[in-house]
Design a binder for this molecule. Structure first.
Ligand code: 5CA
Ligand code: ZN
Length: 417
């Protein structure tokens, strides 16, 4: 699948510092740097394209964009892969509801997502990969799981194949959740703990046998379509290798999605852990409720950008508003947050148009330190606010500072001034 166009990233003097990130699995901060001479490898769970990109998706994509930018600034080559779940129940249900072809729906929303990503200056993944185009590799890996006894076929004539969660002996390490919570979340998030005939209620679906009126692909396993967790495990393994540095997504994916995809990958490779760090962004909500397609309480990036009548908002202000609080906090989108970001952006723009300001190298060093500390964007914003206030007050005599600060804001925060 095509990715989107890369924005320019100014080159900054010196080098960024090693990045520390909160890892869900070890429940603590970790320095996440690749082995010397190796690229940094990141897999981020992308959209299920049945509706337009909302501010929750945008916030999550911005979070991983900041990691991408920090690594590059620290001199690492970055291999970044993102998927599109272009076949799954929610897509089929929406297409059915609207009397639309599910392929057309998926293509249209994916195209809109790419435009939104470009407008927000998100660096594109090197590989942007759909589930459908990955079916041959997914089938191959499910066959290997069956051969090893880590997968089994339900004997109810459906052709459905499940993963045995006891295969790694480590199931549960990533989320750290107790069994009761796992069962509850599995039921809420696409699993089927109530289904009879499974070895364990938490066993996730690997392959759904063909049903009448549902798309299915011919395969050695019998015609059908892939389950959700195996999709991400296989795409990551085939493009990034056995182990990766960051597995990312929103915190709604901690369980069952990332738990199961890690267990699939670890069973296939025999290596643990699948990811050095499991990094999760907080949920963006509206009026105290998680923003989600199923709840319908969405604010779309494209609508704010003015593609559709509701007035135009600078995408840089959207980006800045979503970075005003720490990425791990669940938080609400508010009109006030957007207004504050618009005012801040205007002030920063005025400041970098001054003929001089306080020492630019110091501002750059502080900005790098704040971001390397688990992406402390509120701290990074405070550094820039202080610099801008001083520059606008006529303090400091560094004639190179306005330009350096503008370039650092662009390269590290993805905000073009
Ligand atoms: N296709 C799967 C991942 S393989 C999926 O979860 N798709 S999604 O369209 O529902 O979400 C896309 C990405 O945005 C995921 O990383 C998800 O965790 C994140 N996300 C979804 N809703 C929100 C929200 N309200 N706030 C922050 N991030 C969100
Ligand atoms: Zn995923």
């Amino acid at each position: 699948m095509d990715s989107w166009l890369a924005p320019d990233v100014p080159r900054l003097p010196g080098k960024g510092v090693p990045l520390r990130l909160y890892d869900t699995a070890s429940r603590g901060l970790k320095t996440v740097v690749p082995e010397p001479g190796q690229p940094a490898r990141m897999y981020v769970c992308g959209i299920t394209p049945y509706d337009a990109t909302h501010l929750g998706h945008a916030a999550t994509m911005i979070t991983f964009d900041l990691i991408h930018r920090c690594w590059r600034d620290a001199g690492c080559e970055v291999r970044y892969v993102q998927n599109v779940t272009d076949i799954d129940d929610p897509l089929l249900e929406r297409a059915e509801r609207d009397g639309e072809d599910w392929v057309v729906l998926g293509m249209r929303e994916t195209a809109l997502f790419r435009e939104d990503m470009e407008s927000l200056r998100i660096l594109p993944p090197r590989h942007y990969v759909g589930a459908v185009e990955s079916i041959p590799q997914i089938v191959e890996q499910i066959e290997r799981l069956l051969e090893r006894g880590a997968a089994y076929r339900l004997d109810d004539g459906t052709g459905d194949i499940y993963f045995d969660i006891t295969a790694t002996g480590r199931f549960g390490y990533e989320s750290g959740y107790d069994r009761e919570l796992m069962i509850q979340l599995s039921a809420e998030r696409g699993g089927d703990p109530e289904r009879p005939g499974k070895r364990d209620p938490l066993d996730p679906l690997l392959w759904r046998g063909a049903r009448p009126d549902e798309p299915a692909w011919p395969a050695s396993l019998g015609p059908g379509r892939p389950g959700w967790h195996i999709e991400c495990a296989v795409i990551a393994l085939s493009l990034l290798g056995d182990q990766i540095d960051v597995q990312g997504g929103g915190n709604d994916l901690i369980f069952p999605h990332h738990e199961c995809s890690a267990a699939h990958a670890e069973t296939l490779t025999g290596r643990w852990p699948f990811a050095q760090a499991y990094v999760h962004a907080g949920m963006i909500g509206l009026d105290g409720e998680k923003m989600s397609k199923s709840k319908g309480n969405l604010v779309f990036v494209s609508r704010l950008r003015g593609d559709q009548q509701d007035g135009q908002v600078d995408p840089m202000a959207i980006r800045l508003a979503l970075m005003a609080d720490h990425y791990r906090s669940d938080r609400d989108w508010t009109d006030d947050a957007l207004k504050t970001a618009e005012q801040r952006l205007a002030r920063w723009r005025d400041a970098v148009r001054q003929s001089a300001g306080p020492d630019g190298a110091t501002a750059l060093r502080r900005l790098r330190e704040r971001l390397a500390d688990d992406l402390d964007t509120p701290g990074a914003i405070a550094v820039l606010d202080r610099w801008a206030d001083a520059a606008l007050a006529g303090e400091g005599g560094d004639a190179g500072a306005p330009r350096l600060v503008a370039e650092a804001t662009d390269a590290l925060l993805g905000i073009a001034l």
